[in-house]
Design a protein around this ligand. Structure first.
Ligand SMILES: O=P(O)(O)OC[C@H]1O[C@](O)(CO)[C@@H](O)[C@@H]1O
Length: 433
């Protein structure tokens, strides 16, 4: 990935960061890079994620999925980091595969049922993923999926692969039924595990090129250096940190490619769960180019100066020409292609923000393919780790999510939790029709 931070400079936007401030910040980037490299060398928790391009073995993943490699569809039962990395890859490359990839990462009963009812279960594989092996949504959905297969007379044990830790209910279930399974890598938090067995089982079943994904990531890893002026990932991480310090704490991720829409969801977890702690952090917002030019752009250009936009663009794509028309006013369209229109709209929107003095950053990919996706996933992870060092937060934990999990368990009779009692003490001010 290449990064252009020109429109985040104080000479263009307010809030903006001056060249001098970036150079001063670069000293902190150098120190942070040293810390990151030490963490990688010692395989420390979290930093180990940045070693995945060298650690992940595509052959191991491919042989584990061999029994289900002929599936017409694969249901991934997982949530958060146990779904979003894989979904980013398979959604981006959906046009390249005959296998449909579905993700059950919610417990809305109507939605889950509608997905199960429309699938040919006898031709469908089940990919259950949970690092902890205890996540209620994932285990509940797995029990529901298993039941659906049994009711359809399909042997789910033949069609299931499990990725989880060394212990926990999911590991026990996998061992009891002798299911094909993979281990989540040690020291890699869920949201940083796209380039491991966690994120690569579904892409493998969809026939995507795992080696190219990891090569792209490895190339990005080679670009990590002690200066933001030499490393696109660190330039992005440092600039977002500097913009937040100047009041732009909302980061709107706007890919200009439908196939990258899910990557904005993946980015939102990475950024929110890693940096959102100790009253710090940036608020990731998901949008899509060109569609949200017609819904969000007004705010981005003329609303509060509390945000910046991250554009993700691709240089190459399969194009489609716009037919000629004899309608004079539309002649300018007839001479173009949809890709040219998309490109013009992106450049115009980017320039419109700069003209209004609104900070924005451009991330460029050559195209949407495995190599570029691997580089993008790795680059954004490295940018996040760098930003976490600059904020001085623990990038790799997410303690604030546990309260609601305990309350949920308590509400369902899964143990005595004070959090569940607190739910009943809600302050009410109801306005009813
Ligand atoms: O992989 P697991 O342990 O099921 O967790 C799923 C997700 O839930 C979280 O723990 C948040 O609740 C995320 O950090 C994680 O990616």
């Amino acid at each position: 990935m290449n990064v252009d931070i020109g429109n985040a400079l104080a000479s263009v936007s307010a809030p903006g960061v001056s060249r001098g401030s970036l150079e001063a910040l670069d000293e902190q980037v150098a120190a942070a890079h040293e810390r990151i490299e030490t963490g990688r060398a010692n395989r420390e928790h979290g930093y180990e994620a940045l070693n995945l391009p060298d650690r992940t073995d595509p052959e191991t993943i491919r042989s584990a999925v061999e029994p289900i490699a002929d599936a017409d569809a694969i249901i991934t039962v997982g949530i958060g980091g146990s779904a979003l990395g894989a979904a980013t890859i398979t959604d981006a490359l959906a046009g390249e595969s005959e296998t449909e990839a579905i993700y059950l990462d919610n417990v809305d009963p109507e939605w889950v049922s509608s997905r199960l009812e429309r699938l040919p279960l006898e031709r469908t594989a089940i990919n259950v993923v949970s690092r902890s092996g205890t996540t209620a949504e994932t285990l509940a959905n797995f029990l529901v999926v298993r039941d659906a297969f049994e009711s359809a007379g399909v042997d789910w044990t033949d069609r299931t692969i499990v990725t989880t830790g060394d212990s926990g209910p999911l590991r026990d279930l996998s061992d009891r039924h002798d299911l094909p399974s993979l281990k989540v890598p040690d020291g890699v938090p869920g949201r940083f595990s796209a380039l491991s067995s966690v994120g690569l089982v579904a892409p493998a079943v969809c026939g995507h090129d795992l080696e190219a994904l990891l090569e792209g990531a490895a190339a990005e890893a080679d670009s990590l250096s002690g200066s933001l002026f030499e490393c696109p990932a660190y330039a992005y991480g440092a600039t977002t940190y500097a913009l937040d310090a100047r009041g732009a704490g909302i980061n709107a991720m706007v890919p200009y490619s439908e196939s990258l829409e899910t990557s904005a969801e993946w980015f939102a977890q990475l950024w929110a769960e890693s940096l959102g702690k100790d009253d710090l952090g940036q608020t990731p917002v998901r949008a899509l180019g060109v569609t949200d030019q017609h819904s969000q752009l007004q705010l981005y250009r003329a609303g509060p100066r509390d945000k910046f936009v991250t554009f993700v663009t691709t240089r190459q794509r399969r194009d489609r020409s716009i037919p000629e028309t004899d309608v004079e006013d539309l002649a300018y369209l007839g001479d173009a292609t949809l890709g040219e229109l998309l490109e013009a709209e992106f450049e115009a929107t980017e320039a419109s923000l700069a003209a209004a003095g609104r900070p924005n950053v451009r991330i460029e990919l050559e195209s949407v393919d495995e190599y570029e996706l691997g580089g993008f996933l790795y680059g954004m992870e490295a940018a996040c780790v760098l930003a976490g060092e600059l904020y001085g937060v623990n990038t790799f934990e997410q303690p604030a999510v546990e309260w609601a999990k305990k309350a949920t368990r308590g509400l369902l009779g899964g143990g005595a939790f004070e959090e569940a009692e607190a739910v009943a003490e809600k302050t009410e001010l109801r306005i009813e029709r």
